[in-house]
Design a protein around this ligand. Structure first.
Ligand SMILES: *Cc1c(COP(=O)(O)O)cnc(C)c1O
Length: 519
């Protein structure tokens, strides 16, 4: 591994014991910014350029544009504003502040050089309507990123347009739909999805007008060729599969499964959310996949988790290439001159545009930077990610109950059988982790595991960070046996106690409102 990539495995250098973590606490009594408002308080006021110059008369300056009613904003000083926002950022858990073992989400550390590259003025200030000749560098970067993704996937063509994994699924299924339609094979209206699939898989299929046929995974957590063969007929458009699957297990029969679907006239879609386990080790195109998406915000280290911009590029086989969204990025070589352009024409069969402009461009600058940094060391990412997950499995497997025996890939799933009889739930364990300063792992997913706890340490955590997490998890298990009420009441140390998560998702309150009267 290069010196650079080694730096990214930083993690915490200070080892803090779980007790110390528990006592660290958070100051909750700080009033919010609106409550601090006092009439007439001001931040920085721009005076004239010289001491003896009159202040700028905004009213005269703006004429009729000057608002007659002042905006209903809190009146606070600049330090109060800075402290308010900085404090909010501290209440937020982030990968920059701690271990984030949220399974299936690949919450790896995002190298800061990605940000430096994305802020280069030539990239950051580029107008999306700039003509091709003004943005050759940006087009070249996108073209090169497409080539890298094709090399990693083992598939010949790529589109960077989809803005997230879920939109990649939608777009990939649109291509499968268009493929069958082009052959007048209109009877193919079903998509087969295993019971361990992420919720977006059946949702994308349904959104495309397909009906979903759910098939069970076997006792070892993988899909059997037999189950696929039984579901396969001439009404099936394709299979959606995740490999490694959401149980963190590699689907060993994948080549056979793809062959069954192909022989039956269908196509195979791969959800690539778990690519962090097989980078440079196995290529989906080689084991029979026709179309897949990457979650660049997971696998290629662009920040995610706050709903911010992501990227869900898809790679497809030769058969499906004609249906990719437009514009495609083309490279023309004329002697020594290489030019890049966005190509709309000549793609009559395309499913059209799925996203404005060319996808989330600056996300791709970050992903490209990350990929260039690793270069041929790419497989090292997966080696470490898989090693770390198996370390957690082996260590925690002594206390908690592993859902499926044997080695895992980049994430490990536990069930609730080691603590359920103590009257403690998976949710209680997850909430108690917050008290110890850790983000909880993914819980109750995959759905086919009872009380699932899904842990994905990623390759960027140092051994001591993982050890600290394991120590805390073991301590929580002892608490479950001795003082279960501590878990029931958790989190006690967080800014908020237990939320009504359903209401928080359905009726989010996104703005602070306070009536003028109550001020
Ligand atoms: C994250 C994830 C998705 C959805 O990807 P987004 O980029 O969040 O839309 C789909 N499948 C699996 C297995 C995932 O982990």
């Amino acid at each position: 591994m290069s010196e650079k990539s080694r730096q990214h495995q930083g993690g915490n250098d200070q080892m803090t014991g779980p007790r110390e973590r528990l006592s660290r606490g958070i100051q909750l009594e700080e009033p919010l910014i609106f409550e601090r408002s006092r009439p007439g308080r001001q931040g920085f006021v721009l005076q004239g350029s010289d001491w003896d110059v009159e202040p700028v008369d905004s009213k005269a300056e703006f004429g009729e544009l000057f608002r007659s009613e002042p905006a209903d904003l809190p009146e606070v000083t600049e330090p109060e504003v800075v402290r308010h926002f900085t404090r909010l950022s501290q209440w937020n858990y982030s990968i920059d502040t701690g271990f984030y073992p949220l399974g299936s989400c690949t919450m790896k550390y995002n190298p800061k050089i990605n940000e430096a590259m994305a802020r280069l003025p030539g990239f950051a200030n580029l107008h999306p309507y700039a003509p091709d000749q003004w943005c050759q560098g940006a087009l070249e970067l996108l073209w090169r990123l497409e080539r890298i993704l094709c090399a990693v996937s083992g598939l010949p063509a790529c589109s960077l347009q989809p803005a997230a994994g879920a939109q990649g699924e939608l777009t990939g299924l649109m291509c499968i739909h268009a493929y069958h339609d082009s052959r007048k094979d209109y009877g193919r209206r079903k998509i087969i999805v295993p019971d361990s699939a992420h919720g977006t898989n059946p949702a994308s299929a349904a959104f495309n007008g397909f009906s979903v046929v759910e098939i069970p995974s076997g006792p070892d957590g993988t899909l059997s060729p037999k189950a696929v063969a039984e579901a396969m007929d001439e009404t099936v458009a394709g299979l959606m599969i995740t490999n490694p699957n959401t149980l963190g297990i590699f689907e060993k029969e994948i080549a056979e499964i793809c062959k069954i679907v192909h022989d039956g006239g269908g196509k195979v879609y791969m959800d690539g959310a778990n690519m962090n386990a097989i980078l440079g080790k196995a290529r989906p195109g080689d084991f029979g996949i026709d179309v897949m998406h990457f979650n660049v915000h997971k696998t290629f280290s662009t920040p995610h988790g706050g709903g911010g911009p992501g990227g869900g590029p898809i790679c497809v086989s030769k058969d499906l290439e004609p249906y990719l969204p437009v514009p495609r990025i083309e490279r023309d070589v004329d002697g020594d001159t290489i030019t890049y352009r966005r190509e709309f024409d000549g793609h009559q069969a395309s499913v059209g545009k799925v996203k404005a402009f060319w996808g989330n461009f600056l996300v791709y600058v970050r992903a490209y930077t990350y990929l260039r940094e690793y270069g041929k060391d790419l497989p090292r990412i997966s080696e470490l990610a898989v090693l770390n997950a198996n370390y957690v499995r082996a260590k925690l497997g002594e206390t908690y109950s592993v859902a499926y025996p044997g080695r895992c890939m980049h994430e490990v799933v536990f069930n609730d059988s080691s603590f359920k009889d103590l009257g403690v739930s998976t949710l209680d364990v997850a909430k108690r982790l917050i008290d110890y300063g850790f983000h909880p792992p993914t819980i109750y997913f995959p759905l086919n595991v009872e009380g699932a706890l899904m842990i994905e340490p990623t390759e960027t955590e140092a051994l001591r960070a993982i050890d600290e997490f394991i120590e805390v998890m073991e301590m929580i298990h002892r608490e479950a046996e001795e003082t279960p009420e501590l878990l029931k009441e958790a989190p006690r140390n967080a800014f908020r106690r237990r939320l009504d998560e359903t209401q928080a998702a359905r009726k989010p309150v996104l703005t602070y409102r306070q009536s003028k009267e109550s001020r």
